[in-house]
Design a binder for this molecule. Structure first.
Ligand SMILES: [Zn+2]
Length: 508
């Protein structure tokens, strides 16, 4: 990190517009340089950091790097009892993985991913044995003709996706579980099996500890290998299929039973948000937050997903903006409000680090006047190839008209970007407002601005590498965020929140 050289600040004069020659913010913005950005990003986006996947070694290395930068520049670690001198907010995440799952006909047991694939979130208290009823293709008509209450049902559906209707009908009619043949042959089933094994055995991460109770009224769906369906009813699958064609489903089978067991296991993972704090002066109880996520999606075999733009660019920007504020404070121009620079974990797994912070805020959210969130600001998207002097802004006007006005004026004064509000349209199908970490502040009625360069061909690919970063743009966009934060941290009043978030509208 380059150190800021002593700068001579002229006598203070009251300013009515922002960018006057004695406006100190300009000098501190200039400490955010392309060289410093490159230095940070060459570490964050290096192969050595292994794609910074949440909970993995590369993420821990990135966290240590960020904390060491914060410490070196002189920020405080604000987390009471937090690791790494209070710079770490420990985040515990939970993942539910399939446990002991199987289905058993009279003669044979089929383990999960070996003849059956369980698709659901239930857990049985031990093995269940049920009468099983063949319901043909599982149409409304099919369910009318049989009593399935408290039983298991078997349906043969048209294709891999056609099981949802029968599953709903099974549940509605009081069945306890659905066995669905959704492939045409055993070979096709094996293909589906391998695909689903890849997706389902990893589980999904959450901040809340999942409940692991049995006793749900409907246990979900088992996809079954066609030959197994025949085995259950001691007949050939071809006979079952033919009975659907002939409209003789009710005569196709004799009474049969099936047993099944579903258990899950919950695993815990430790990860961390990295927080650096700079105390304000006369308005220090109020807080300006800057965020970016430092995690990315890891490795796939030998391939490293470097995540230079996503979100190495935002992480590097927040570090440099922090340093500019520290230098300002050292020069006697520190912010009136306090500043929290927070690099969050778990974004790629579902905005989990910021969700954790919003539920366990280190500083009261009521006193948090704004969150400026950066996710991908180092590239140019296709739309702006001809005129790359742009940045997308999202969310500035959603809670506070005043914040939007401040943001516009700051840009006009200092950076003169073409501010593109395409993604701010409430009806935009990409729903960006709900899709990065700022949302966890916005849903708590903390006004936010999100800075974004749009998507590109390397998004979430191993090719999101440092050589494709436009450092001039990255630096200038970081300066826009810096100036916006500067104005927000120093003005007399916090931005007025004149529109409240209806939480139901946005929750996803
Ligand atoms: Zn991202």
């Amino acid at each position: 990190m380059k150190k800021f050289l002593i700068c001579i600040v002229g006598a203070f004069l009251a300013v009515s517009t922002y960018a006057q020659s004695d406006d100190p913010s300009v000098k501190f913005a200039e400490t955010i340089t392309q060289d410093d950005m490159y230095e940070n990003l060459s570490i964050l986006a290096s192969d050595a950091l292994e794609g910074r996947e949440t909970g993995e070694r590369g993420q821990k290395m990135a966290a240590a790097f960020i904390a060491s930068q914060f410490q070196e520049m002189g920020l405080q670690g604000p987390v009471a009892n937090g690791g790494n001198s209070g710079f770490y907010q420990g985040v515990t995440l939970y993942t539910v993985k399939p446990g002991d799952i199987y289905a058993k006909s009279k003669d044979q047991q089929y383990a999960n991913f070996e003849g059956v694939v369980y698709y659901g979130k239930s857990a049985t208290d031990g093995e269940k044995t049920k009468d099983i009823v063949f319901v043909g293709a599982g149409t409304e008509e099919d369910f009318k003709n049989v009593d399935v209450k408290g039983k298991a049902v078997l349906a043969i559906v048209a294709n891999t996706r056609a099981w949802r209707g029968p599953a709903e009908l099974a549940e509605k009619n009081g069945a306890e579980v659905l066995f669905a043949v959704n492939t045409a042959s055993d070979e096709e089933f094996d293909g589906l099996n391998n695909q689903l094994k890849h997706y389902l055995s990893g589980g999904s991460l959450s901040v809340q500890k999942p409940a692991q109770e049995g006793g749900a009224s409907f246990d979900g769906v088992f996809f079954v290998k066609p030959s197994l369906a025949g085995d259950i009813f001691k007949t050939k699958i071809e006979k079952l299929r033919a009975s659907i064609e002939d409209g003789k489903v009710s005569k196709a089978t004799k009474p049969a039973k099936i047993s099944y067991n579903i258990s899950t296991k919950v695993e815990e993972m430790q990860t961390e948000n990295v927080l650096g704090y700079l105390e304000g002066s006369d308005l220090k109880d109020e807080l300006v937050v800057l965020t970016a996520h430092y995690d990315h999606v890891g490795v796939d075999g030998e391939e490293v997903y470097n995540g230079a733009d996503d979100d190495g660019s935002g992480t590097s920007a927040v570090i440099e903006i922090a340093e500019a504020f520290v230098e300002a404070k050292k020069a006697g121009k520190g912010p009136r409000r306090s500043m929290l620079f927070m690099l969050v974990t778990g974004e790629e797994k579902g905005l989990l680090g910021s969700e954790y912070y919003a539920e366990n805020p280190v500083f009261p959210l009521e006193n948090t006047i704004v969150d400026l969130n950066i996710d991908m600001i180092g590239r140019v998207d296709e739309k702006h190839e001809a005129n790359p002097n742009y940045v997308y802004l999202v969310g500035a006007d959603r809670l506070s008209s005043e914040l939007h006005e401040i943001s516009e004026k700051v840009n006009e004064t200092y950076t003169q970007f073409d501010l593109d509000y395409t993604y701010n349209d409430e009806n935009h199908p990409d729903r960006i407002y709900y899709r990065s970490d700022h949302w966890n502040f916005a849903k708590n009625n903390v006004p936010i601005i999100f800075y974004f360069n749009g998507v590109h061909a390397d998004y979430h690919k191993p090719t999101d590498t440092i050589d494709k970063i436009n450092f001039e743009l990255l630096t200038k966009r970081a300066q826009l965020v810096f100036h916006t934060a500067w104005v927000l941290s120093n003005r007399d009043q916090r931005p007025v929140v004149d529109k409240l978030q209806d939480q139901k509208v946005g929750s996803n």
